[in-house]
Design a protein around this ligand. Structure first.
Ligand SMILES: [Zn+2]
Length: 61
């Protein structure tokens, strides 16, 4: 399981637990529907990045 961060608002999506209401729990990020939206800022999934990749990018700044 992996975590993804919304690069717009910084909220973290955990594929293990899904959204706060349990929706999409256990669903791989790639398997999320194309109409998935960030629960906080409503941006589409293309604005999400894998958290580990995002963190390593931040460290290199
Ligand atoms: Zn967001």
């Amino acid at each position: 399981m992996a975590k993804y961060i919304c690069t717009i608002c910084g909220c973290v999506y955990d594929t293990e637990t899904g959204l706060e209401n349990g929706l999409y729990a256990g669903v791989a990020f790639d398997d999320l529907p194309e109409n998935f939206l960030c629960p906080i800022c409503s941006e589409p999934k293309e604005y999400f990045e894998e958290l580990s990749a995002y963190n390593s990018k931040e460290e290199n700044k």
